[in-house]
Ligand binder design. Structure first.
Ligand code: ADP
Ligand code: ZN
Ligand code: ZN
Length: 742
């Protein structure tokens, strides 16, 4: 008996068995990776055929038949299909949800995987005709054949732009061209033969370090190798990416480029478009459903040579993958923080390995684990130490907030520097990673602080919107005019970007200010218009949050002021200092990218803090060396491996009881999974914000010596936790390689 084992988009960690559809297609159409429509409860769902088996654990009369096989060919290239199966195991996540994360919604709903645009292709007769013309009286039709021979399958719409309808009809009538039916496979076949999009070289003369990096990457063409491109911001990393991509696609290959956030870096896509005279396929969350589907199809069909996307693009189907680039590899957005919690950066490395292609990880501030991999010789490191041309590395200084007077968060030296740079015609960036007007609304008389009714947190004052908002659960309400506890007056305490903008407007009334944070850019297209105001020079001061750190290129910015470096200094999370160092270096990198020399001022209450001083005096690499030393001593990643079991429930006692029972599953009994060497089970511990949106949150932390030990442990332990049957209203999840231990 033939059994279809189907991955269905549900949270259950298993496959579901079905009989083939009653009108069974040929057996060879049942390739793993095709989509299958199945009855599921009272619904019909589209699942992925994960495997074909001979027998099922379920008795035959109980098995239902699948309804329809939707594809003749798998919707994933072979490497991606394996990668998804591997990821479901490694992250211990339901395989149906893993496959679902990899497909655009419209394909999950059953739409065709191949582009359904009609395409023209040469027939064999047409190919012969184009090589040895028999008919010399139809120059236009000969030109049409030559064009198709040179460029391969063309969408009917594109061909109609170049040639008249009469010539297309006549060529078809003579049997020289035909409408391609299965266009996706036709396109794959032809893509290899079609000439690569021409790379338009700028007049750039590569620097020696750029040339060395490019040579080293090209030397590993057609095999797996990880290259770390460690270059300060503006050192020409993108130029290196473009040269190696050009080489990869010249042989008919496809290149995958991952970026943290596309909407923030439209310039990057624009640079690729111009350079390669071809439309890169872009995959990111801001796309409309049909745009996402079309981009996915162009990738899957091999038509798109360059695919640029955010996190989930790691799963794009790319039958001719030849190179992967992960830009800003340290960026936290590569880690999916809910549902299927994967690291796109890590999966890219694995994908490159399985596809036997090189991968380039680029960053000015590589993550500590990547630096450690380079130090161990697993990754080849290439440094771009300088900015090309006149641009110089900015000068950084600390401003001691205890010694200098400040006004609404701006110190005297910072204000003086801002005026000086503005007077000299430069632009200024002011960075504060806190949006809203003020983080606290405070009563001097009784100490009331506008708490959120649903979280253990304070509400943030948003003055322009006249609201208090909780940044943890999204609750919002009108601003009270008097203290709700004692009736006295309330005062905003502390600074958010909205308040800094107000202060700067008062201090520098003749200079236009732009603000870049999630509040100022909530409307569609707002990011573009803010960036545009800075690029055009209309705005002279730019205030913003984390959004500022993402690879923008503002040639006229000469001063960066970091208002509050201290947020990360004493955080409990073991990665907090790494993140702070990266943020400082990334924001600082916005200054002096072109001809103007840059200056960076960092305000702090702790100017003697060793981390800050190491970073400023000796640079990021020196910081990373000491930080890695600390990690090694404390037995933290990358010198240990972690997993976090998070749980939340409305009832604190049930939450605690569940986590204790889960810990017992690991620790008790003769064959306790945690008895294996090097496994530690820590907790239960409350989350930093112990109650959020009316749910109590706590976790167990698992620490292991290495990946294999952690995987063995989770493989034994999680099934036992599942058997505990969590009480109603309690949700739990597992996070392998968590970014935050909270
Ligand atoms: P990164 O990606 O490291 O931030 P980019 O590749 O964007 O750096 O380069 C920063 C600027 O320097 C860009 O304007 C780019 O055109 C320019 N640039 C890059 N390489 C060179 C070079 N070899 N010579 C001159 N200018 C260069
Ligand atoms: Zn009060
Ligand atoms: Zn809240």
């Amino acid at each position: 008996m033939l059994i279809l084992r189907i991955a269905v988009d549900t949270p259950l960690r298993r496959l579901f068995d079905y009989l083939p559809p009653t009108h069974a297609p040929l057996q060879d159409a049942l390739k793993p990776g095709v989509r299958v429509r199945v009855p599921f409860g009272r619904r019909q769902l589209v699942g992925i055929l994960a495997a074909v088996a001979e027998e099922s654990a379920i008795a035959a009369p109980k098995l239902k038949a699948a309804l329809e096989i939707l594809d003749r060919h798998p919707v994933f290239d072979a490497v991606t299909f394996d990668l998804l199966c591997w990821a479901a195991e490694y992250y211990h996540h339901a395989i149906g949800e893993v496959f679902a994360a990899a497909l655009p919604a419209m394909l999950r709903a059953g739409q065709a995987a191949a582009s359904d645009r009609p395409c023209w292709d040469l027939t064999p007769a047409g190919r012969t005709e184009s090589e040895t013309p028999s008919n010399r009286r139809a120059p236009k039709q000969r030109a049409l054949l030559a064009w198709l021979r040179e460029h391969g399958v063309q969408a009917a719409l594109d061909l109609a732009v170049r040639f008249s309808a009469a010539d297309i009809r006549a060529s078809a009538a003579r049997g020289w061209i035909a409408l391609a039916r299965d266009s996706a496979s036709a396109v794959v076949a032809v893509a290899a033969a079609a000439p690569a999009p021409r790379e338009r070289r700028g007049a750039l003369c590569l620097t020696p370090p750029q040339q060395q990096a490019i040579d080293a990457i090209l030397a590993t063409r057609n095999r797996f190798a990880v290259h770390l491109l460690h270059g300060v911001t503006g050192s020409g990393k993108t130029e290196v990416y473009m040269r190696v991509i050009a080489a990869a696609i010249a042989d008919g290959g496809q290149a995958l480029v991952l970026v943290p956030e596309i909407s923030l870096t439209p310039q990057l896509v624009e640079r690729f478009r111009k350079r390669f005279e071809a439309e890169p396929a872009t995959l990111h969350s801001a796309l409309a459903g049909s745009e996402r589907r079309d981009a996915w199809r162009r990738a899957h069909g091999g038509e798109a040579r360059v695919v640029i996307g955010t996190r989930s693009a790691v799963f794009a189907s790319l039958p001719k993958l030849a190179l992967i680039v992960v830009d800003e590899e340290h960026d936290a957005s590569y880690k999916q923080q809910e549902g299927f919690r994967y690291s796109a950066r890590d999966l890219c490395v694995l994908r490159a390995q399985r596809a036997a292609v090189p991968i380039v990880l680029g960053s000015a501030t590589p993550s500590l684990e990547t630096l450690e991999n380079a130090a161990q010789g697993r990754y080849a490191a290439h440094a771009l130490p300088q900015r090309p041309g006149a641009a110089t590395t900015p000068r950084m200084t600390l401003v001691d907030l205890k010694r200098h007077a400040s006004e609404q968060g701006l110190s005297q030296p910072a204000m003086q520097a801002i005026s000086a740079h503005l007077a000299a015609g430069g632009q200024v960036i002011v960075f504060l990673n806190r949006r809203g007007y003020a983080p606290t609304l405070f009563c001097n008389s009784c100490g009331w602080v506008a708490p959120c009714a649903h979280c253990d947190a304070r509400m943030t004052l948003h003055r322009r919107a006249a609201q208090l908002r909780c940044h943890h659960c999204g609750a919002q309400r009108p601003v009270p005019s008097i203290c709700e506890a004692c009736g006295h007056e309330l005062h905003p305490v502390g600074q958010g970007t909205e308040r800094i903008e107000e202060t700067l407007a008062r201090l520098f009334p003749t200079h236009a200010i732009a603000r870049l944070d999630r509040d100022s850019t909530a409307a569609r297209g707002a990011v573009q218009s803010v960036l545009e105001r800075v690029h055009s020079g209309a705005a002279r001061i730019l205030v913003g949050t984390q959004m500022l750190t993402k690879g923008h290129h503002f040639p006229d910015v000469s001063l960066v002021v970091i208002l509050d470096a201290d947020q990360g200094l004493f955080a409990t999370d073991y990665r907090a200092t790494e993140r702070l160092a990266q943020t400082i270096i990334q924001v600082a990198g916005r200054a002096g990218r072109a001809a103007r020399p840059g200056e960076v001022m960092i305000q702090t209450e702790f100017p003697e803090h060793p981390l800050l001083n190491r970073l400023i005096a000796d640079g990021y690499e020196a910081f990373a060396t000491s930080a890695l030393q600390e990690r090694r001593e404390a037995h933290w990643p990358p010198y240990a491996r972690l997993a976090l079991l998070r749980a939340e429930a409305r009832d604190a006692a049930r939450l605690d009881a569940f986590l204790r029972a889960a810990a017992d599953c690991a620790l008790l009994g003769d064959e306790a999974p945690a008895a294996a060497a090097g496994i530690k089970v820590l907790g239960p511990a409350s989350a930093l914000i112990a109650r959020r949106a009316d749910h109590f949150r706590a976790h167990l932390l698992i620490e292991a010596d290495g990946r294999p030990a952690l995987q063995r442990f989770l493989g034994q332990w999680l099934p036992a936790v599942e058997r505990l049957r969590a009480p109603p209203g309690l949700r739990w999840s597992i996070d392998v390689d968590p970014l935050q231990v909270d």
